[in-house]
Design a protein around this ligand. Structure first.
Ligand SMILES: C[S@@+](CC[C@H](N)C(=O)[O-])C[C@H]1O[C@@H](n2cnc3c(N)ncnc32)[C@H](O)[C@@H]1O
Length: 268
């Protein structure tokens, strides 16, 4: 794990999101050595810190005594009711899984968020120098056995695929942080749960239409990753036609999407 005691205040950037979500505890997934749990509890945020490692939970209890801890294995589903959190945090803990598992975990995270709630996540970047030099055996696209453990590295296309349905990406930027005695490049992602509401049940040939409600206080999400997530203006509504198709099913790995999307475009 990383250097004990070192400060890593990446969450400071998301203080406005955390403050807006003070109505419920922050759920942390894969808390590790508890540095984010400590950052949050020291600032008065109630935290439920989870991990599947008892050792990690023990360290977190010592480091952030005000945090509640709970043993949760992300591959077994989140043991929390629907819509119970305003903010869910996952720092460098979502990269151990196959694409199917990763999309399943994301769907479960979304289920546990209140409408308009946020996921704040850090995800390994494909450009991370820490992994560039490591010996890798490919399992899936961007998913390797590295030093005996499966690990996923994410590129922008992966992020767009992961957050394609039911999310609005507020920011997705690569940032350098100090880890494992060196520099680590990771995506910092802030994504907001948006609701899809069926507005026309008289299906068109291509299926029903949906409205995706987007709060444009967080406008600037052009997918370029350079958007500013600070509150700006009033609400807007975006019409979408995003019924799930094979090509847009998030469980379809991004490397298989190009040709499926092409076929879907050509379909009558
Ligand atoms: C690299 S550490 C990150 C720790 C911390 N969030 C941070 O940013 O420093 C990844 C953590 O994810 C946890 N983890 C890995 N697989 C998990 C799973 N299936 N369920 C829950 N936690 C898991 C590990 O035990 C570890 O504590």
């Amino acid at each position: 794990m990383d250097e004990e005691g070192s400060e890593d205040a990446w969450l400071e950037r998301w203080r406005h999101v955390l403050d807006a979500g003070r109505g419920s505890p922050v759920l942390e997934l894969g808390c590790g050595d508890g540095r984010d749990a400590r950052f949050l509890t020291e600032r008065g945020f109630p935290v439920i810190a989870t991990d599947f490692s008892e050792k990690a939970l023990e360290i977190t209890r010592r480091r952030a005594p005000a945090a509640k801890t709970q043993n949760v294995d992300l591959t077994r589903g989140l043991p929390f009711p629907n819509e119970s959190f305003e903010v869910i945090l996952a720092s460098l803990s979502l990269h151990y899984f196959s694409w199917r598992q990763t999309t399943g975990i994301l769907a479960d995270v979304r289920r546990c968020l209140r409408p308009g709630g946020h996921l704040l996540a850090r995800l390994n970047s494909t450009k991370d120098p820490h992994y560039r030099v490591a010996e890798r055996q490919p399992i899936e696209n961007n998913y390797y056995v590295v030093e005996g453990m499966p690990r996923r590295l994410f590129d922008r296309r992966d992020l767009e695929a992961l957050f394609q349905q039911g999310w609005q990406i507020l920011a997705a930027e690569e940032h350098t942080t100090q880890r494992y005695g060196g520099q680590k490049l990771a995506w910092e992602v802030a994504a907001r749960k948006v609701m899809r509401i069926q507005v026309n049940s008289k299906a068109t040939e291509r299926g029903p239409r949906f409205v995706q409600t987007v709060d444009s206080r967080f406008r600037g999400n052009d997918g370029s990753g350079s958007c500013d997530a600070r509150p700006q203006s009033k609400s807007t509504t975006v019409q979408t036609d995003q019924e799930p198709t094979v090509a847009s099913d998030p469980s379809t790995p991004p490397d298989k999407r190009g040709r499926q999307a092409e076929r879907a475009d050509k379909a009558p």
